[in-house]
Design a protein around this ligand. Structure first.
Ligand code: HEC
Ligand code: HEC
Length: 273
């Protein structure tokens, strides 16, 4: 009788445990395939979409005003990825922009917004990261032209979830900490970082990217090599149209104001649905 009881409790606990673990992984899978999409930066891209077998294996290069950033491998590979990192260390990387060795993670990873990511979602994302196939891929170190901040702020201890029932608040959470839409779509302030106080969603940030319509072959290849995909999609302009083949899967965004060397972020407040 006692024995039966112990087994029953143990079975109940085990199935509760796996139900919880499964729901974190399910939420993580949903977030990573949609709004959070760390893979938009961390997975290398090809003309046909994400490079097969390379999910989250890094290597994409960003050349912007801040210098050259190489996106690291965040698969569970022990040597070249984050396989040795604890959950707390991964959480600190996402929300505090700090690696286990104390160094600071630089742009364009949107740390300032990720600071507001809920405990629940960080846990879910970590569950997903642990489920990905380890890939051995050594990535070069970034070289920034300017000093990185010593810190993004005091260590984030806990962030409560926003209720989906509060539609506006949950939407702000999705467009901010989860999806960082407003990182690109807000007008840069005097120091070049987005002005979230008066200009959230008002557009105007420029990327000097490889999106040029001229000398199409090279620019396309360069663009793809850099994996900068989801910011261009274009209905009519040929270079953007090609880039759309990669980006449109998740990001079907109409083209605006594409110049030869620069793409400007449209204002979200004037978007048509
Ligand atoms: C806009 C591009 C971008 C997005 C989106 C992004 N990252 Fe990053 N991430 C980077 C870059 C670039 C670095 C390296 C910066 C540097 O070299 O200092 C980095 C660094 C990291 C590191 C440190 C790894 C190491 O070995 O140094 C981790 C962990 C990480 N990102 C996880 C994530 C997770 C998890 C997400 C999604 C929640 C995410 N990143 C979203 C660009 C991005
Ligand atoms: C990495 C930067 C970046 C992020 C993050 C980003 N966007 Fe954009 N978005 C752009 C760029 C660049 C364009 C214009 C592309 C073009 O001209 O073809 C654009 C275009 C758009 C447009 C079309 C607007 C118009 O007037 O043409 C909408 C709507 C939009 N984005 C919504 C979003 C939403 C919602 C999110 C978050 C889920 C988001 N964006 C995240 C860079 C970004």
């Amino acid at each position: 009788m006692i024995r039966y009881g112990v087994i029953a409790v143990a079975t109940a606990l085990a199935s509760m445990g796996s139900a919880l673990a499964q729901s974190a992984l399910e939420r993580g899978t949903y977030l990573m395939a949609s709004i959070v999409a760390c893979g938009n930066c961390h997975t290398p891209q090809t003309p046909n979409g994400p490079a097969p077998g390379m999910e989250l294996a890094g290597g994409t290069r960003f050349d912007e005003g801040f210098g050259t950033a190489f996106v690291p491998n965040i698969t569970p590979d022990v040597e070249t990825g984050i396989g040795k990192w604890t959950d707390a260390q991964i959480t600190a990387a996402i929300r505090d922009g700090k690696r286990p060795d104390g160094t600071i993670i630089g742009p364009p990873m949107p740390i300032a917004l990720y600071r507001g990511m809920s405990d629940e979602d960080v846990t879910a994302i970590i569950a997903y990261l642990r489920s990905v196939k380890p890939v051995a891929n050594k990535v070069a170190k970034s070289a920034y032209k300017m000093p990185l901040p010593r810190t993004y702020g005091p260590p984030v201890t806990t962030v409560a979830s926003v209720s989906k029932a509060e539609k506006v608040a949950y939407g702000a959470y999705l467009a901010g900490p989860a999806g960082h839409c407003i990182e690109c779509h807000s007008t840069p302030g005097p120091n070049g970082t987005p002005d979230f106080v008066g200009k959230t969603g008002a557009g105007g940030l420029s990327f000097n990217g490889p999106w040029a319509p001229a000398s199409r072959r090279t620019s396309r290849r360069t663009a793809l090599a850099r994996g900068v995909t989801r910011t261009s999609s274009g209905r009519s302009r040929p270079a953007c149209g090609r880039m759309a083949s990669i980006s449109s899967r998740r990001w079907r965004l109409p083209t605006t104001r594409t110049s030869r060397r620069t793409i400007s972020m449209p204002s979200l407040s004037t978007c048509e649905p």
